[in-house]
Write a protein that binds this ligand. Sequence first.
Ligand SMILES: C[S@@+](CC[C@H](N)C(=O)[O-])C[C@H]1O[C@@H](n2cnc3c(N)ncnc32)[C@H](O)[C@@H]1O
Length: 281
Amino acid sequence: MDTSKENTIKNEEFYDKQYEKVNIESILNKINNLNSFLIYATATHTSWVGLYHNNFKDQLKGKKVLELGCGDCTNAAIMSALGAEVHGNDISQKSGKIIKALNEKYNFKTPIKFINGDFLKAKIVENDYDIIVGKAFVHHLTHAQEIEFTEKIVKALKPNGMVRYFEPAVNNKILDEIRWRIPVHGRPSKFQKEKFAIWKENDPHPERDNSSKRYIKIGNTYFKDVIITPIGTIERFHRLLPKKYSIKFRRLAFKIEKYIPKRLNLILTRSQLIVYKNPRK
Ligand SMILES: C[S@@+](CC[C@H](N)C(=O)[O-])C[C@H]1O[C@@H](n2cnc3c(N)ncnc32)[C@H](O)[C@@H]1O
């Protein structure tokens, strides 16, 4: 079986198990308290800080948006509650079930639509979407899949459309090697050889280049404008602190790291917002 196929199956199996446990009431609680959820999440949790950077929430009303790798569908629900017409796609069928339950329990202006199965095989309408979003999604694709997705995205976007990804950034080998040696919840340290090997066997991340350079290269090939924003240069160190200080530290870190010069920030960052605009059709 080719690597991309194997990778997709691994992701499907891994996330089918994860999304069994999704709590629909908790997502409903977030959309019912939309403003307070967004104020909290976009100051505290990296992927929300990144994806909603520069007031993304105000760019959604009336827009047609596709979310790739929509996962537990919290973000799809938030974007929909903010006034976008949202389509979600995920290789896990469980995401479709979550969307169905959300549509039944919340009166979205336009119900969220689930695009079933492999997006690369899905029928799309050309020039259809204003925005295509991926939150912690692209780093689950092999390089070959990433190119195939990008080519399909270029077709699916309107001529002035935008892609917005929030992804990990690996721009410094030394920091990355240190990272692998610090155990985090659910992932042992590379020093624990046997445990690490077992973890790796089940891990749904393919071996790939997650550098900003790669995103810039792909972006410049398929789009006229590419903007990379580093997120998490200081925040990444929250893992070294006791849990009780984590939230306070992260909130402060996000405020401070904005003042680090961009070149340095890009080298040290843990994650990145990637914006591609104006597809080359
Ligand atoms: C780290 S999770 C992120 C989920 C969600 N966006 C979030 O922020 O919580 C990655 C997601 O990508 C999905 N995924 C992986 N490969 C995929 C593929 N080829 N097509 C669609 N979804 C895929 C997984 O099923 C999973 O839901």
